[in-house]
Design a protein around this ligand. Sequence first.
Ligand code: EPU
Length: 429
Amino acid sequence: MARVDVIRVKGGSPLIGDVSVGGAKNSALKLMAVALLGEGRSVVSNVPRITDIAIMAEVLRRLGCAVTLDGTEAVIDVPFEPGAEADYDLVRRLRASICVLGPLLARRGYVRVALPGGDMIGSRGLDMHVAGLARMGAEISNEHGFVIASAPAGLRGTKIWLDFPSVGATENLLMAAVLAKGVTEIDNAAREPEIVDICEMLTAMGARIDGAGTSTLIVEGVDGPLKPVRHTTVGDRIVGGTWAYGAAMTRGDVTVHGVRPEFLDIALDKLVAAGATVEPGDDWFRVRMTERPKHVDIVTLPFPGFATDLLPMAIGLASVAEGASLITENIFDGRFMFVNEMVRLGADIRTDGHHAVVNGRERLSGAPVRATDIRAGAGLVIAGLCADGVTEVGEVHHIDRGYPDFVADLARLGVEVERTDVPEPTFDF
Ligand code: EPU
């Protein structure tokens, strides 16, 4: 009989206490790819201890790098000529490994990376990555499930307008541009703190970048390879935001350490609108809630807008708030997939296209549900804290991909929680 991991939580107790947040997954993964632009030993510290980092380490090893993961440090030793291929068996497990496309094309003039395909939160195209690299002079084809790009004479600087401030496209084009001939201007670039983090590591390695954190990135190409460096990953604002929403939903009091509150400006402001008290520090903040949350309307947008990765927490808050909230998702077409699981917990949610109308209930009702992606998984566990009885969230390997110590952190914040594996019946024909 197969066994699956579940997290069981007992509803009713508020989240109370202090929680420390490590480095951002979505920064650390890309910082490991940034190392490919240097020759020699780079060290990325404050990396979260999650499966995705281990997969990224394997992607780099197969490119000829020596990689060790030691605690929260990734040591990456890059050869003079790294490999240029990333296979489907790893890319399908870690969509983010597509971020080796830009740096490898810049270093090697040729790259062959498996196409990752879609996932549970949406279709997730690569058209902007490809169009941008093509504008820089790369020849690109799509063959047998791989994207193949070559630029034997090197990439050249140019002006690129992104149709949408895509995080992944901005990163790939940025990493390609640092070794291109001449100046590249990326307009409508993503402004996420993780992009700024990447720019900081690249700059320390010798790249010339202006405009980090704005929607126009100007990159003056330099000769490669860059020099290896030590870099510390920025704190994970999504994990920090998850605890902030958990505190407000459970009428708790949580101090989150390791994340700068300005990275969560709108998300924290929405909590204030819902009735919470937020005390911001330099790299910490405290969220307290003493009453039932009031309804708030929330719209996800690229940074500095409300992060799509906190959409499940927004739906969770609205599900227990007084009154009706309108929640709008603008980034991923499949992000509402998990709403059916919230309905199993008794939430009153109707969706239409990219809108959800949520009528808050005083309490949800504990039930078995399953995680459909990282953030939905964490959101369902937190929602379970506002439910009568026990909530059992299945397929929690999704949560492991983004939250290194989720169960231990919940326990420290006063939750009755356990992680077990339960038998799953098999049905033979
Ligand atoms: N898009 C295109 N064409 C492109 C690129 C993007 O149509 O060439 C579309 C996507 O299909 C999507 C939207 O644009 O609908 C946004 O995509 P974006 O490129 O901004 O996102 P991403 O780089 O694929 C990263 C994070 C996500 C996070 C988004 C938005 C990583 C590894 N992933 O994805 O994080 O939700 O940015 O902020 O950095 C997560 O951590 O759980 C997660 C999903």
